[in-house]
Design a protein. Structure first.
Length: 263
């Protein structure tokens, strides 16, 4: 015999008791996503135990798209929509786009939905993220590779990338302990830890990017206000003409670097 279905009020109470600030909204999403009373109870208990809502649901809304998400994969953040906005503004139709450190592939998928005929490549070191990105990018013909930064990419892509987007890990190592437990306990450290000043991965991407960009191609990386000056300096040190954009609303910065033509 199946368990009685939890009512909306019961779900809200359970979530509120567990400290969920948006208990009503979350309850509605869980009720709409569950296929049986058992699955609803299980989802509510997972959420009440602190699992991120997006991992419980198995999807996240990003740039108006429903992105499939698996447990253990970084949850795309609303602030990263600014990185997408900046890339959409410069990506011509049909461009070759590389989404490095792609996680779920949300950034590449959002770009492909906004700009016609993009040829999307993506890569991540984490096999679970790669599997998830393939779910999100297969439908648009995106190719997803597994390995360290540029290492798994086909040689034929060298010098061909017009827009390289990267939301790399950028939390300084000492800051990980101060993140909310949803991030600390449910997202891999690999997805968060950017080294002592948070810029280790950014510097590696900037240093190698010119080998993959077309002349005049662009590298865009998300960063924080505190890190932005050092991020701009890292781009410039690698011969990229760097420009900084900030969204106060989303509290995020994006550095765009342009590879020199003939450089
Ligand atoms: C902050 S998450 C961003 C994921 C995705 N771009 C997004 O915005 O939702 C960073 C991602 O970088 C990946 N990563 C970390 N170090 C890497 C490396 N050396 N090579 C490739 N991917 C790496 C992690 O596995 C993680 O998926």
């Amino acid at each position: 015999m199946s368990a009685p279905q939890l009512s909306r009020d019961e779900v809200v109470l359970r979530l509120r008791g567990a400290g969920c600030v948006f208990a009503e909204e979350e309850a509605d999403l869980l009720l709409a996503s569950s296929s049986s009373s058992e699955s609803l109870s299980a989802m509510v208990e997972r959420r009440a135990s602190g699992v991120p809502l997006e991992h419980v649901l198995g999807w996240v809304e990003f740039c108006g798209l429903r992105i499939a998400l698996e447990p253990g994969v970084f949850v795309p953040r609303p602030r990263t929509e600014f990185l997408v906005e900046r890339a959409v503004a410069i990506a011509p139709p049909g461009a070759v786009v590389l989404d490095l450190c792609c996680g779920s592939g949300a950034v590449g998928a959002a770009l492909a939905s906004a700009v016609p005929d993009l040829r999307v490549y993506a890569a991540d070191l984490d096999p679970v993220a790669v599997r998830c990105a393939r779910r999100n990018l297969d439908g648009i013909g995106g190719l997803v590779f597994e390995g360290d930064l540029f290492e798994p990419l086909p040689d034929s892509l060298r010098g061909q990338v017009e827009v390289l987007v990267a939301n790399v890990p950028y939390v300084p190592s000492d800051g990980i302990a101060f993140l909310p437990s949803e991030a600390r306990d449910h997202e891999p450290r690999l997805a968060l830890d950017g080294g002592p000043d948070g810029l280790d991965v950014l510097r590696r991407v900037a240093a190698e990017s010119r080998r993959w960009l077309v002349p005049g191609g662009r590298l865009l990386i998300e960063t924080s206000a505190a890190q932005a000056p050092a991020a701009v300096a890292a781009f410039a040190a690698d011969g990229l003409a760097a420009e900084l954009a900030r969204s106060d609303e989303l509290d995020v910065d994006v550095v765009t670097g342009t590879a020199a033509v003939g450089g």
